[in-house]
Design a protein around this ligand. Structure first.
Ligand SMILES: Nc1nc2c(ncn2[C@@H]2O[C@H](COP(=O)(O)OP(=O)(O)OP(=O)(O)O)[C@@H](O)[C@H]2O)c(=O)[nH]1
Ligand SMILES: [Mg+2]
Length: 256
């Protein structure tokens, strides 16, 4: 079920939500965009507590220093991988509600309060944000757009779960859903993104795990993604997951 991000609410938008929200952001060499990414999320008392957790993959630039200056907690996760960063960050995030986004200004931080309000007021468990319907011009290269379409189409065919944008990296969810071991993603790389949505639709169902469309913008800073390599890994993972053969290569949570 895809729906437009409806920002109307029963409680006036000015009322403080009685929840602690942690925005978890994986970073690797994102000094150009980390500050604006953090600042893009309104921090004017819309929820009881708002915290930022940056899970950094050993950046060699000023990412960690700049994130700390913005008030974020920075956790160093030297084990490589986008999925690895989240598999650590989710465990240590202090908030009861987790929001995710890239550190590259592509996702709309300004929509976070409305998305969290929607989750809370409609008693949802998981929201994945579809970027494709409301992407701004030039936000995604033709090749990435095509790759996204192939992956999302394949995911819909294999899992029949109806999610429009299988590769979106913006989710809003209750941390408690991760108490179910079947909800915990296993992949340390980019496929964690599609895995999150497959798990959510399987374990939680369409009524409480929904997709909402949000704007998507052009990246700030240089991406380290390997378009063909990561595209292939994402595609392969869908088949491995369909067969139930996916296994974690590193354990859940931070290294002890
Ligand atoms: N901690 C950590 N973060 C990573 C790693 N690889 C990527 N990231 C971060 O994960 C987020 C997603 O990576 P991106 O490079 O934006 O990947 P993408 O969104 O598929 O590619 P673009 O569309 O070009 O932005 C960014 O904030 C990266 O800095 C890693 O190995 N470790
Ligand atoms: Mg990105």
């Amino acid at each position: 079920m895809v729906q437009k991000c409806v920002l109307t609410s029963i409680i006036p938008m000015t009322d403080e939500l009685p929840v602690h929200v942690t925005v978890v952001i994986p970073t690797r060499n994102e000094e150009e965009a980390i500050v604006d990414t953090i600042r893009s999320v309104p921090n004017d008392g819309w929820c009881k507590e708002l915290s930022f957790l940056v899970v950094d993959g050993n950046s060699s630039d000023r990412t960690r220093e700049l994130a700390e200056q913005e008030g974020a907690t920075v956790f160093l996760e030297p084990r490589r991988g986008y999925g690895r960063a989240y598999r650590t960050g989710f465990e240590i995030a202090p908030g009861e509600i987790i929001v995710t986004m890239d550190a590259d200004c592509t996702y709309p931080g300004e929509e976070v309060p409305a998305l969290v309000r929607k989750l809370v007021e409609e008693e949802l468990e998981f929201i994945t944000c579809d970027r494709l319907r409301r992407a701004e011009e030039g936000a995604m290269s033709g090749l990435h757009g095509f790759g996204n379409w192939v992956l999302s189409f394949t995911a819909r065919m294999l899992f029949w779960y109806g999610v429009h944008d299988s590769q979106s990296g913006m989710w809003v969810f209750r941390k408690s859903i991760l108490q179910d071991p079947k909800m915990r993603p296993t992949n340390d790389g980019m496929p964690l993104s599609e895995e999150m949505k497959i798990n959510a639709r399987r374990q939680i169902g369409k009524k409480k795990a929904i997709e909402v469309s949000v704007p998507y913008r052009k990246r700030v800073g240089q991406a380290e993604i390997n378009t063909w390599g990561d595209g292939w890994k994402n595609l392969k993972f869908l088949f491995v997951k369909r067969l139930g053969l996916n296994r974690e290569s590193t354990p859940w949570g931070p290294e002890s």
